[in-house]
Design a protein around this ligand. Structure first.
Ligand code: ARG
Length: 260
């Protein structure tokens, strides 16, 4: 497994583009760095290869590399940010992927990178409604040549699909039904080994966990989650992500998968 991360050298909350963000509740820079570093070190210890991109001053959310785009084989499909506040990140992510030998593709419709698109068992599940347009899903499927499923997001607290949908390898997927419209809920209920998370788990960003070799990196755990994971022979590893929650982000947001 190989991922791209961005050390939080200029991370901050200076605007509000989702309901978690409050400019009067700023992240502590030291604590942010420590929390990020714990995740970075853990990845290395678990044998995950971590590549880094430098954070650009004036782009405080660039640490959430998941929104940069999505990688499939040798292609990087650049995210097309809806918010001007993050638009400036695009060229830096695109340059990084050019420099690392990827073919860079762009989309005409708004799309939130992996924040709104995740693979589960070779199907690309995509969210729309807040950061992405549904029309971007068709573009994405055509560019990548993959099967895809579209889900409409309806809760502003779960504005990015990757806060609602967490593939646990190929073993199963944890998802938050209430984040989707009725049609989306029905679709998800029919997905093989899809297990609903509770509201409390969702609010603690269990949807934003990352699976690595029989472990799930989480920022919250309770008995119910332990039981659900044990059924898949998966063990939770708890990390404190309080400073990133202040921007509406978590473990997965800080991680972009760059190998598939
Ligand atoms: N403050 C960021 C934003 O609103 C948080 C991004 C979280 N990223 C994610 N992949 N869910 O854009």
């Amino acid at each position: 497994m190989k991922v791209l991360m961005c050390p939080p050298t200029h991370y901050d909350v200076v605007y509000e583009i989702n309901p978690w963000m409050d400019t009067s509740n700023k992240p502590d820079p030291k604590k942010s760095y420590t929390q990020w570093k714990v995740l970075f070190d853990l990845y290395q210890r678990l044998g995950v290869e971590v590549e880094l991109i430098d954070q650009v001053k004036g782009l405080p959310d660039m640490v959430f590399t998941a929104n940069g785009g999505i990688v499939y084989k040798n292609m990087f499909v650049s995210g097309n940010y809806r918010y001007q506040e993050r638009k400036g990140e695009e060229k830096y992510f695109q340059q990084w992927f050019v420099d690392h030998g990827f073919t860079v593709k762009t989309l005409t419709n708004f799309q939130g990178g992996e924040g709104d698109a995740l693979f589960y068992r070779n199907t690309l599940y995509m969210g729309y409604g807040f950061r992405s347009d549904k029309a971007a899903h068709t573009e994405m499927k055509n560019v990548l040549g993959v099967e895809g499923i579209s889900l409409r997001l309806i809760d502003p607290y779960f504005y990015d699909f990757d806060t609602t949908f967490c593939p646990v390898g190929d073993r199963g997927v944890l998802y938050y039904p209430k984040a989707y419209d009725k049609e989306g809920q029905a679709r998800m209920a029919a997905v093989e080994n899809a297990v609903a998370m509770t509201k409390e788990q969702a609010q603690h960003f269990i949807g934003n966990s990352v699976y690595v070799d029989e472990k799930l990196l989480v920022s919250f755990v309770d008995d119910d989650l332990k039981k659900k994971l044990a059924a898949w022979d998966v063990e939770p590893i708890l990390l404190d992500m309080s400073e990133f929650k202040k921007a509406g982000g978590g473990i997965k947001c800080l991680t972009l998968y760059i190998e598939r």
